[in-house]
Design a binder for this molecule. Structure first.
Ligand code: ARG
Ligand code: ZN
Length: 880
């Protein structure tokens, strides 16, 4: 059924202390819990105790040592209900579970030979009966008993208090976490693991032991994550004044994991793909991702653990804030503009699509069927944009005051998004009343800007209006508060900004950049003393998660691209120009004409390639054409034509490759000097630009495939190898790619993370045989339907990153996805629902809606549909 935010009520019972005892076994695991319960003072009367539990075999229930007879409690599929409880008691429950058969990867399960847990959001109920809700915070004591040969490492949260050998030879450890926490932050790991150890001394002088546990073969892949952890710990002290609070911080790498990583108190559990790094198995992007995710999970220790969520509708309280924190960390340790460009690309491609689709929901959702479906780009990425806007509106200093107040006021509590906003308001004095609509209204606002210049009066006017399309359950929207960062570009640079009615600024102040606050449906901003018709530089730094509609001329875009102060605007203008040119070519191709690529774009690209003063990574970003999914996302509903988009984009790329051939070759060669691989700043930028040059050249002329072959042979790292392989695979024939693909497999077959890239490459190739290849690979020893990384790498990549073939006219792409979703629905519903997402976008595509809906309907009719898949298919098909 559907759960509503409006139905929230505080828990009737508290659990002051939680004692858990695990007897880990190969046949089954026994979990014995002792819950120190207290009826909540607010709940007079004698409410029954309702504990959540799923897939548990209940063995015994006792209250204060008295074993209950069967009619003193009742059990069903999801709950254990006990009617009469004293005000205060210890409830003991003994259950039996079978982690080795748990394929959902929620609760306690096995990955390879290791026991591990994933409890967020509601996995703890698969371990034992509990008040499985984040506002029940308890001090946990955990005993683990296990075979010391199979499981030499036994971990849980907090501090290790005891470690002994029992008479029967089994080992028993006792862990105690002094910080009260909700059960979603509980973790347990048992396995034959090795560890890399280092340390960190906090600003207050606490020596923290840092350990990263991995399988023995991966010991050499931990350095980057460890360094990232140390950098994150320092950064959180410096930027937020947040210190670590225990003597131990552990990270464990697990191969079978539904998502990226999990912030369990002092025992973070990571997907191997988000923590292990090696030049041969990790791309440059992967190194940056690991750094960001290690930071993200570490930052949760304050934004998530010390202060947690009252209920799951508040998920963005911890996720939006923590994503904002990790993005700022990445911006500080790397290139700020490049990081922003990457994040905005993801937001505009995938989050905007979510906001425009059937699952659109506010940053703080009001209803859900399955909470796992709400770990979304909206909650995470748009949620981070909302926090960023608060930062922009308050300024860095007041924002920090607000965050200090938030942590101080709510330490040890489970709170709401409202509490966060109020702390920001109270500390800054800024009224965020209307701003709160960002939390409650779904959909991407459209900011329409028109301008006029009056030469005689020397005034320049921006007419700004905002609107937001309807989303499920929200037909109309109220105006948002939109910070519009901007400047005005004149012939000789930025113009000073003065709004009508303002005093002239003192000479020294930076008056060429400002943030206009747009908070009405229509607004007018009049600038005075404007000596020439300017080009507006709008939404600098992507100051709000909106679509911008301003009729830029191509000449204006070129000016912004080459001269604006704001790196984001320079990149965005390049994207806008390329988008317009790809649009021209689409129209030409649709009319059966030969493609003609606007010379302005060619010139702009040439000058980017010529300018050696620009940051390499930035040139690479600016020369990267908007992706096919982004271009589809820009189309009106029912209009996106995947074949046309692909053909037009490819034609523009080829034309640029031909037109800039000499420059591309020169740049490629200049960047080729053999240097040892380092996954850092400018080295990453150099490789990105070099690989981009190669891609343009190979796209333009197959004669350049020899360069790709040479690069593949010479490469000492995955980034260069994959880029070369991709050129062969995308622009060559089978004769060009079959042997190198085979060779790659033979070289790296023992490195599952490298092989996942190999799977993705083959799923995203443009050749007509790709769908059959995906099917064949599903039977390959390198594939495993039980491993989420492999499913995402092969099937997820095919459906999400190969639009032309996923949307094949005969529907075979949809059928393939449907088959896999059907299988996963039974074994791992979370992954099934994730994988299904591309099908839910059926309204976008021209001529494909019916076939996509037919597959959704087939899935909807399956018996035994999980709530995860049910929610997606039913919402996609409803309110046609
Ligand atoms: N809290 C984790 C993180 O953001 C992710 C947990 C995802 N859980 C889920 N059920 N999808 O770091
Ligand atoms: Zn998170």
């Amino acid at each position: 059924g559907t759960i509503y935010l409006k139905d929230y009520s505080a828990p009737a019972f508290l659990i002051n202390r939680t004692e858990l005892h695990f007897e880990l076994g190969e046949e089954h695991t026994i979990v014995h819990s002792r819950l120190h319960l207290l009826r909540s003072p607010e709940h007079a009367g004698e409410p029954p105790l309702v504990l959540q539990g799923q897939e548990l075999e209940l063995l015994e229930v006792a209250i204060d040592r008295d074993v209950l007879v069967e009619d003193a409690y009742s059990v069903d599929e999801d709950t254990l209900v006990i009617d009469k409880l004293p005000e205060q008691c210890v409830l003991s429950v003994k259950t039996r579970i079978r982690p080795q058969d748990n394929s959902s990867l929620e609760g306690l399960y096995k990955s390879h030979t290791m026991f591990c847990t994933q409890c967020e959001a509601e996995g703890f109920r698969k371990i034992t009966y509990y008040l499985d809700r984040p506002d029940v915070m308890s001090v946990f004591t955990v005993t683990i008993t296990a075979d010391p040969v199979r499981y030499p490492v036994l971990l849980s949260n907090g501090n290790l208090l005891e470690d002994r050998t029992l008479d029967d030879g089994r080992r028993q450890v006792l862990w105690h976490d002094p910080f009260p926490k909700p059960c979603y932050l509980f973790a347990l790991v048992a396995g034959d693991l090795e560890c890399v150890e280092d340390q960190f001394t906090t600003a207050s002088g606490r020596e923290v032991c840092l350990r990263l546990y991995v399988e023995a073969k991966d010991l050499g892949k931990c350095e980057h994550a460890m360094g990232s952890l140390q950098r994150s710990m320092r950064w959180d002290e410096e930027v937020y004044g947040r210190m670590y609070d225990l003597d131990i911080f552990n990270i464990v790498a697990v191969d079978d994991f539904n998502m990226g990583a999990m912030e369990n108190k002092s025992l973070n559990i990571f997907n191997t793909s988000c923590v292990l790094c090696d030049p041969n198995i990790t791309t440059d992007r992967g190194y940056q991702r690991v750094e960001a995710i290690v930071a993200h999970e570490y930052f949760h220790n304050w934004s998530g653990n010390r202060v947690t969520c009252r209920d799951w509708f508040q998920l963005s309280l911890k996720e939006g804030f923590t994503v904002f924190r990790d993005a700022e960390f990445s911006a500080d340790v790397g290139s700020r503009t490049v990081k922003r460009v990457e994040d905005v690309t993801l937001l505009r491609t995938a989050q905007f699509a979510e906001d425009a689709g059937p699952m659109a929901h506010p940053v703080r959702p009001e209803a859900y069927i399955e909470i796992n479906n709400f770990y979304t780009l909206t909650v995470y990425e748009k949620g981070a944009e909302v926090v960023r806007m608060i930062h922009t509106l308050l300024g860095a200093e007041d924002f920090r005051r607000g965050s200090d107040l938030y942590f101080q006021r709510h330490d040890g509590q489970a709170v709401t998004c409202e509490d966060f906003v109020r702390a920001m308001e109270d500390a800054s004095g800024v009224d965020l009343g209307q701003f709160r609509r960002w939390y409650s209204q779904a959909g991407t606002p459209l900011l329409r800007v028109r301008d006029s210049y009056d030469e005689d009066a020397q005034t320049y006017v921006l007419e700004v209006s905002q609107s937001c399309p309807p989303t499920p359950g929200q037909p109309g929207k109220q105006p948002f508060v939109i910070p519009l960062a901007m400047g005005l570009l004149g012939d000789a640079g930025n113009l000073p900004l003065r709004l009508a009615g303002e005093e002239p600024d003192a000479e020294t102040a930076d008056n060429t950049h400002r943030v206009l606050v747009v908070d009405q449906a229509q607004q007018r901003f009049e600038f005075v003393g404007v000596g020439e018709r300017p080009v507006p530089s709008l939404l600098r730094g992507f100051s709000a998660p909106v679509r911008l509609d301003y009729p830029f001329s191509r000449v204006a875009l070129c000016q912004l691209m080459s001269r604006d102060d704001d790196g984001f605007v320079r990149w965005d203008s390049a994207q806008a120009l390329a988008t317009q040119v790809i649009g021209d070519v689409q129209a030409q191709l649709a009319a059966g004409e030969a493609p003609q690529v606007d010379a302005l774009l060619l010139e702009a690209c040439a000058s980017l390639l010529e300018d050696e003063s620009l940051e390499h990574a930035m040139v690479a970003e600016m020369l990267t054409l908007p992706g096919e999914n982004y271009l589809a996302e820009l189309c009106e509903e029912g209009v996106a034509d995947v074949d046309l988009i692909h053909a037009a984009r490819a034609a523009v790329q080829a034309a640029l490759g031909v037109g800039c051939r000499e420059l591309l070759l020169r740049r490629y060669q200049a960047l080729s000097s053999a240097r040892p691989y380092v996954a850092e700043g400018d080295e990453i930028g150099r490789r990105a630009l070099r690989n981009l040059c190669l891609d343009y050249l190979a796209c333009a002329d197959a004669a350049h495939l020899d360069m790709a072959r040479a690069q593949y042979q010479a490469a000492d790292n995955l980034t260069e190898r994959l880029a070369a392989l991709r050129c062969l695979a995308c622009y060559g024939g089978e004769g060009d790619w079959a042997a190198p693909l085979q060779a790659f497999y033979e070289d790296w077959q023992d490195e599952t993370l490298a092989i996942n890239h190999w799977l993705t490459l083959q799923a995203t190739m443009p050749d007509a045989g790709v769908l059959d290849r995906v099917r064949t690979l599903m039977a390959h020893p390198a594939f495993d339907l039980r491993n989420p990384n492999k499913v995402r790498a092969l099937v997820g990549a095919f459906a999400g990153q190969n639009p032309v073939h996923f949307h094949r006219e005969d529907g075979a792409g949809y059928a393939l996805l449907g088959e896999v979703v059907e299988k996963l629905n039974a074994s791992n519903p979370q992954i099934a629902a994730r994988l299904l997402t591309p099908l839910t976008r059926w309204r976008r595509y021209r001529g494909r809606g019916e076939a996509m809906c037919a597959e959704l309907e087939r899935l909807a009719a399956l018996p035994g549909l999980s709530p995860d898949v049910y929610e997606l298919v039913s919402k996609s098909l409803s309110q046609s």
